[in-house]
Design a protein around this ligand. Structure first.
Ligand SMILES: Cc1cc2nc3c(=O)[nH]c(=O)nc-3n(C[C@H](O)[C@H](O)[C@H](O)COP(=O)(O)OP(=O)(O)OC[C@H]3O[C@@H](n4cnc5c(N)ncnc54)[C@H](O)[C@@H]3O)c2cc1C
Length: 432
């Protein structure tokens, strides 16, 4: 049996281990954290797991739905109605569908209709290679118009990508609108997003359990201390010992990969060319609801956060001991002062801003809070974006993570798709 080491136990690493162990490889996963599941992992509120970063699925997420079925969890998946709003200039506007768009006062009536027609076009049309070299902001100005770009798209791009917003490729905007559209069965009706009873953690725990059945070695709380290739074996130092593998697959973010693995300069550059942006996510447990929406975009460049995601307007609050659960989320450059602020400082900043959204909000509503942040939450898809290869220059060492799912935005579905693709590639090259 060929021995494979997978570095990183997020959805990609776990699913790849699942696929490769089915194909007869002897797999070890090495994960830095105590929890499995990476960005999709959860923690408990009451007796129920909830994600550290807000998560849902789209209808078009076929690969993950197939995996869920294969794991016997289909009956746990469901598609509640989602609702969306936008906060602009002190007002909340419903933004859940075409009727809301037609009533959306910040745009004049011509631009409302235009925004609907252009969005419908992007959601129905196929991907165009020409989008790769076009800046999303320029495309938006040309087709959505100046007013809709300033009110809707520019704040979204700034909120997500900060200073780099002007360089974001149209490929990213197409994928964002196109992939999501599948969750609205009727273009003028509601959107339905996928969730799992037991949270994404149930999927992660079930995967881990299956891996144990397949005798995959699961090593958590461990990073690799050193790596070297000796003849045709890969020697990895971890957990105070050295072990030899035939194949190594790294699923960790690019900057960490480049520090650990002695790939050549050309490969290092292809990894380095892709920049990441970090994310902070504060989860408030509240006694009162802040907004009537699941998802509220904050279209105010001065706001200390980009989105307020009231999870219990999507999943019933009874699951969380009747608590209202709200994510306060912001994408931030890890070098930015905001990323370095303490949880306490951010909480004070948020509490200062929240009365703008709901003037009755009071700090005393918050009964508990949780805080997570990651410096590698999102890759920055600029017009010069070039995906690194899976194959590195070191035979048997593979590089894989969400920077290679272009043009789609990162998501658990694509981690599963990638795992299937990689397992086929590895099997075809190294299988018996
Ligand atoms: C704010 C936010 C919202 C999201 N919303 C959604 C959503 O709604 N729906 C959806 O499907 N997806 C969503 N995602 C994306 C989804 O979580 C990820 O795309 C997916 O989980 C990626 O999985 P991965 O395994 O590729 O990466 P990761 O989850 O990043 O896994 C990498 C793993 O490597 C580990 N690691 C890092 N360094 C080392 C090291 N040196 N040694 C060993 N291990 C290491 C990490 O601890 C981690 O467990 C969201 C992500 C974020 C940040």
């Amino acid at each position: 049996m060929k021995k494979v080491a997978i570095i990183g136990g997020g959805i990609l690493g776990l699913t790849l281990a699942y696929e490769l162990s089915h194909k007869g490889f002897k797999v070890t996963i090495i994960e830095k954290n105590s929890d499995w599941g990476g960005l999709a992992s959860g923690f408990k509120i009451g007796d129920t797991y909830i994600e550290k970063y807000y998560h849902h699925w789209f209808r078009s997420d076929h690969d993950i739905q197939e995996l869920i079925k294969e794991l016997g969890l289909e009956h746990k998946m469901y598609f509640p109605a989602s609702s969306m709003g936008i906060y602009i200039d002190g007002e909340l506007h419903s933004f859940s569908g075409s009727i809301d768009l037609l009533k959306f006062k910040p745009l004049n009536i011509f631009n409302r209709i235009r925004a609907g027609v252009v969005s419908l076009y992007l959601s129905k049309s196929k991907y165009k290679r020409s989008y790769e070299k076009i800046k999303a902001i320029d495309w938006a100005r040309k087709y959505f118009g100046k007013q809709a770009t300033e009110i809707i798209w520019e704040p979204l791009l700034v909120g997500k990508f900060g200073k780099k917003y002007k360089d974001i490729s149209m490929s990213w905007l197409w994928a964002r609108i196109h992939d999501r559209a599948s969750s609205r069965p009727n273009p003028i009706g509601k959107e339905y997003l996928g969730y799992m009873d037991g949270g994404f953690q149930l999927l992660i725990d079930t995967l881990v359990h299956k891996l144990q059945e397949f005798e995959v070695k699961l090593v958590n709380n461990t990073t690799i201390e050193s790596y070297r290739k000796v003849e045709n074996k890969h020697e990895i130092n971890f957990d105070g010992k050295t072990e030899k593998f035939d194949i190594v697959v790294s699923t960790i973010p690019g900057p960490i990969f480049n520090k650990l693995f002695p790939v050549n300069n050309e490969f290092k550059r292809s990894v380095d060319n892709i920049k990441y942006i970090g994310a902070t996510c504060m989860i408030l447990e509240l006694s009162e609801s802040i907004t009537p929406y699941y998802w509220l975009n904050i279209n105010d460049k001065k706001a200390p956060f980009l989105a307020l995601v009231e999870h219990t307007n999507f999943v019933e609050k009874q699951k969380y001991d009747d608590k209202i659960i709200v994510y306060i989320a912001k994408y931030v450059d890890p070098e930015d002062a905001l990323f370095k602020k303490s949880e306490e400082e951010l909480f004070d900043l948020y509490c200062e801003y929240l009365p703008k959204i709901n003037d009755k909000f009071d700090k005393s509503w918050v009964t508990d809070r949780h805080f997570f942040k990651s410096p590698y939450a999102q890759h920055v898809v600029t017009t010069d974006y070039k995906m690194p290869e899976y194959d590195t220059n070191i035979e048997g060492l593979y590089y894989a993570n969400f920077t290679q799912i272009f043009p789609h935005d990162r998501g658990t579905n694509y981690a599963v798709e990638q795992a299937k693709l990689l397992s086929k590639l590895i099997d075809s090259k190294h299988g018996d």
